[in-house]
Ligand binder design. Sequence first.
Ligand SMILES: [Zn+2]
Length: 430
Amino acid sequence: MPSAHTVVMVALLPITIKNRNIPQNRLDDQRQTNREMLNEVLRRVLQPLTFKQNPNAKSGYYNVLCADGNFRRCKPVLAACLADCPEYSDLHHLERHVCFWCECAKNELGDYVPSDKQHPRRDHNLYRTLSDANTKAADAELSARHVHRGFNVFRHIPCIVSNLPTPDLLHTMQIGMLDHLQKWIFHFMKTHERVDKYNAIWLSVPAYHDLTPKNTSYEEVSQWNGKEMKEMSRYLLGVVTQSLRGGSPAQRPIFNRAIECTRALLQTYMYARYKSHHDATLSYMEDALHRFHTFKDVFLLGRVSKKAKAKANALRTELVKKRKVDEESNAETWTPSKKRREMNAWRDFISHEIDVSKELDADFNFPKIHLMSHWVEQICHYRALQQYSAERHEQAHKTNLKDGWNTSNHNLNYLPQVITFQRRIVCFKI
Ligand SMILES: [Zn+2]
């Protein structure tokens, strides 16, 4: 397991403004400019790896000044990079919401992919050729593979570009899939009128060992961090199982599916955190992932987008109008009991139609659910996933940057102070 000292800051990359409320075409233009700027910055940072400043180093080996002041004959190769999904997309010139390891179609991201039937891997040499060709056919080929045209720095330095992204438990699971799972479960509890029970059981989780006592219910917490998610993964299944006890015979199969889905995803996460693996643990992880995909439809209504909700609301308004017309036209013939029966039938019909409309528009096609299908392959190649988790890097970000900023005088020339702090304090600690 690497320590935070394995991370050394070499450059601060520019952070662009999040333009959320501007038209889509301007947003696309701005994103294009941002990608180009990021590539230019990375080209300068990674210039020593391109060998251009060492024309004699055709073999790739040249004398490199090391941290202890000695020169060593080295062949520096970029082996990996660590980022969250949108950053990977920008770094590799890919469209947003796609897999950066394989060419899985956007509308198939939510499907289960067995580890021996993966989609074709991304071929960045082909993308470079197509991008350089600059023809309409090449552009069409690139957009079919969800790739942007243009210069990409990683295609010009010694590395295997499709191997650069590393599996990241922090972003994919802790603040990715587990966060989604919590939201789905809460939506499920709301739908089945179990929120009060869920909150009460949540608050009653005892402070056992290193579990912190709960002072707030799930819905009162506005944002969860990775550490809290890791802790929550230990008691979530118990809370869900207890909250869904009882219920009518019609509800039981649905509740059991929700419990099984929660169990399967948590098991996948627990297996992924193992520090060593063998064939049996990998097959257990694969089996848990398969079970999660089998049962996940029970949470489909928790995946309804804002657009689908708006469409369902429009449908509701239209059906309510029809109900009123029906009520007014039969006002004289219906007896009070007949009217009550008809209104109940209308209510059930509207609720059913809304659910069907939402289910038709909801799906599980988002990148993080798909990334889990690559883990068995990644573990076989690079061993336990824990060592790549961004937790260390987030911790290093605090010591390298935030502590430096806190000790600076916060003036305009704070950057040299941050860098000096990092060199003096952090290097002494190493
Ligand atoms: Zn993939």
